[in-house]
Write a protein that binds this ligand. Sequence first.
Ligand code: NOJ
Length: 753
Amino acid sequence: MKTRFQLFLIFSLYCACSAPKTPSLSTIDHQVDSLLSMMTLEEKIGQMNQYNGFWDVTGPAPAEGDASLKYENLRKGLVGSMLNITGVEEVRKVQKIAVEETRLGIPLLIGFDMIHGMKTMSPIPLAEAASWDMEAIEKSSQIGAREAAAMGINWTFAPMVDIGRDARWGRVMEGAGEDTYLVSQIAKARVRGYQGENLSDPLTLAACVKHFAGYGFSESGRDYNTVEVSRVTLHQVILPPFKAALDAGARTIMNSFNDLDGVPATGNSYLQREILKGKWSFGGLVVSDWGSIGEMVNHRVAKDGKEAAKMAVLAGSDMDMESYLYVSHLKELVESGQVKESLIDDAVRRILRLKFELGLFDNPYLYCDEQREQEIVGSEEHVAGVLEMAKKSIVLLKNEQNLLPLKKSGLNIAVIGALAEDKDSPLGSWRGEADPNTAISVLEGLNEYPDNKYNFAKGADLVLEQPVFLKEVKLNTTDRSGFVQAIQAARSADIVIAVMGENGFQSGEARSRSEIKLPGLQQELLEELVKVNEKIILVSMSGRPLDLSWADEHLPAILQVWHLGSQSGHAIAQVLYGDYNPSGKLPMSFPRNVGQLPLYYNQKSTGRPFNPGDDIVFWSHYSDVPNDALYPFGYGLSYTSFSYSDLRAEVLENQQVKIKVNVKNTGPREGEEVVQLYLHDHFSSLTRPVRELKGFQKISLQPGEVKSLEFLLGKEELGFFDGEGNLQVEPGEFTVMIGGSSKAELALKFEID
Ligand code: NOJ
């Protein structure tokens, strides 16, 4: 028998000869088959095993998870991938064991949650979604990919494409909001940004679209909770972004913690075998979520780990993230005839194929270059890139009497709130390997405009101690000792900038909240400030839509700035001073109160629709608040204004419709507008939303300039999915509505045959 080195050598030579740079898929399939034929059953199962690194965790650590077992299995060739190992030096160590110490020398996939940057942080994904700028989002994803790849990573667990309709769910920060169409477009942009043109380019990564499926519908916004959705909602609302990401080339997909139709997604054959690998012919790899195979025991559908492993593999989960169950039980399951070896082969093929595509067989250390790491990570180009993205992500929610932009000199400004000096929170949740306290704070950003005077007073601490990823955030709810100074500063100021909202770790995984007002003592402080100075600009920093009803009623200006990443303070200051004209539009509705949740603009008509002007109460509404959002999906102001006119529709052959509209900049300065097109289907065989986004374009206009825009609607836009996932296009009347938010009023009817 040959030694592992000889085998590896022959194999590498074979690859080098037959696959010059970017091997075609059929070449790769051939290579995969020959490697597979050399593997023992145990080695194959080893490829399906993914371990967490030896230090960082992003979930509960399993009992078996001690480092010595991991090392032992790594040396035996029983590990196909590792996650949470970062930095060339560390990655090289484990890759070296896999390549030099195992029989076949198969390199590892190195996975990591690079969600919105690695060291140089971009805004959180929900913030980026507010830009509606696909080019910018692609570029920002590329920056993250470049830094992660330079730090040894070859696989990111992103993009998350779960639909976020419930602001209580902390993970809305990680997605692109509530709308299926917008989320789908952003998913494509991110996949392009991560994977580039060529996966074996050492500055690109494999994407992993997640969480398949339904995770965003966790009941009452509580993370990891039960999911109840109909097949129609599954096909119309939840699945299209996954399909879009896969069509854009995403090589991997992650399943989810939740159940669907009573079956956990990880063990759900309908999702993984029927839809994903069947109807959609997905050829890439499916990874479980952290421990989700083992969690099927907690779901009480598998009586033990062995049964859970069997359920997962039969349902199409190819790789076990940190459950230790495939490596412990699959061999026995195959040998006893309960699982066919062909299923194992299919899973391993998918895993090996990705390793070939990433170029790991040509060079297992492709992503391990210290010099590249030094040059790329934190480069000036990246810093400039995340600043651009941050500016585009800001949404101006209210601006009475044009309080903004601010004059650049002669003002005495009180800057209030702990978040104003916070250099950590803007980094947000899922912050890669960002060093703590490295973001530009709002105060630092304002200081770049030195001709105004700034008087900073914290008022109150937001948190009691610096929060960490794994632990609950401890809020200050009692210490008001700084209130007096803050009130005094506000009283003597021309203008107050109140920076308030959420700490960077108050959103993200396991960060659900049942209350979404300003946390801690901030609301109380704000109410004190308004008594002494009405000119307050609220800079709302959060990872989710907050309940800003009180602020909307009492303050003249509100700027939604999310968690904007490393360059946060510079971006915010440039918008406050008008050096950047805000152009962001909300990707998620901001509710009037928590009781409205889940809330989304594309609700259905119901049998008792909105009926204002009638004093009969028996229609679908609340008796204490209106039905609609405080700030709706698609909404956002600019320092200029726009008007819409000349909406035209031309029905073409083959169920296509051309829509035209004119947009004019009617205000005093250059600005960008997101022109949004919504459709309403008058009658259909299934109940349908009152309106749905089906197109948008972001344009820039000089004052007085008019642009004529064209949209082409085809079957995908005019049709809808039924409960089996088949696209139906039904003839009849539609109304198209175009404007600058989901409240767009300019409307026109057309009919298709
Ligand atoms: C659990 C999360 O749900 C998933 O999104 C993430 O990729 C894994 N942990 C790994 O950290």
